[in-house]
Ligand binder design. Structure first.
Ligand code: NDP
Length: 287
């Protein structure tokens, strides 16, 4: 039997509808959630992502501002702007679009964002809090995957989850979130010997690799839930995931497509984090 296709667009729409109500409620109370996005340089993909984020904010009732800097802007200029935004009561979430030009130290930039406005969840405080199971703002892509699993009713507790990839923004936080829900977690990297030996044992397989169709059907257990985070731009201009979708869907129980799987959930969780930050702000000012 073919896998059920997990429709990221539909789940994202449902989640955004729930959160738009929360944003509208807060706005009626006098606090419209606000997000500031900082972009440095003219990376075309980053410009598209930033525009999409601003559009999604608009559709969800979130005020947004885009702060653009030239490629040769100094690190201090950007940090100064972040410090201003930290004090700006209209802004509840701040994110810096990555990648940054080479002369920037990402950790310094992220560290200058106030913890309570860290909409991307990349600040070291939030990363540490994630390890302790009590983060304020979970990183958006893995929390989007968790939300998807919740919405389709996948049991995580006691299951074997295999995460392929260990980046700070996807693989590592993904593994921590699955562990928090009591999965038995294996993390694989480019140095893993015999990747298939691990992936084939996964009840839940999450791939965040960035290599087109590297996960073939024989690497997947029958009936597994396969979540493909990878986005790979092919020479014909089309996007594809890390998973060989057409063949793996004949074996998996559930599978996400690319595009239309995890991608829409990532922006959705950014909106949720921003609204959550505004709710915390409202709770503080009205206490
Ligand atoms: P990184 O390049 O930072 O990390 C890739 C990871 O994959 C690394 O840990 C690397 O291992 C591992 N890896 C590479 N080759 C292999 C291999 N042959 N076998 C096993 N592991 C391997 O990427 P990101 O985590 O930032 O992104 C991963 C993918 O997800 C990309 O395609 C990206 O575009 C996509 N993405 C999608 C998002 C969405 O919203 N859908 C959001 C963010 C990212 P090692 O550490 O040993 O080098």
């Amino acid at each position: 039997m073919e896998a059920k296709i997990i429709d990221g667009n539909a789940i994202a729409k449902e989640v955004r509808t729930e959160w738009r109500l929360r944003a509208e409620y807060l706005t009626r109370l006098g606090v419209q959630p606000g997000l500031a996005v900082i972009i440095v340089g003219n990376n075309p993909a980053s410009s598209i992502y930033v525009r999409n984020k601003a559009k999604a904010c608009d559709e969800t009732g979130i005020y947004s501002e885009i702060h653009e800097f030239l490629e040769n802007a100094s690190q201090n200029q950007v940090i100064e702007r972040i410090q201003e935004l930290n004090k700006d009561s209209k802004i509840h979430g701040i994110l810096v679009q990555l990648p940054l030009p080479r002369h920037f130290e990402i950790n310094k930039i992220i560290a200058s964002i106030a913890v309570e406005k860290d909409a991307d969840g990349f600040h070291l405080y939030n990363v540490g809090a994630l390890v302790a199971g009590q983060t304020l703002f979970p990183p958006c892509t893995p929390s989007g995957v968790m939300k998807m699993l919740e919405k389709i009713g996948i049991v995580i507790e006691g299951r074997h989850a295999v995460v392929v990839g260990r980046s700070n923004i996807v693989g590592k936080p993904m593994a921590l979130m699955l562990l928090e829900k009591s999965a038995t977690v294996t993390i694989c990297t480019s140095k893993t010997h015999n990747l298939m030996e691990h992936t084939v044992r996964a009840d839940i397989l999450v791939t965040a690799i960035g290599k087109p169709r590297i996960i073939s059907a024989d690497m997947v257990k029958s009936g597994a839930t396969v979540i493909d985070v990878g986005i790979n731009l092919m020479s014909d201009g089309k996007l594809t995931g890390d998973v060989d979708f057409n063949l793996v869907k004949k074996k998996a129980g559930y599978i996400t497509p690319v595009p239309g799987g995890v991608g829409p959930m990532t922006i959705t969780m950014l909106l949720c984090n921003t609204i959550k930050a505004a709710e915390r702000f409202y709770a503080q000012i009205s206490a």
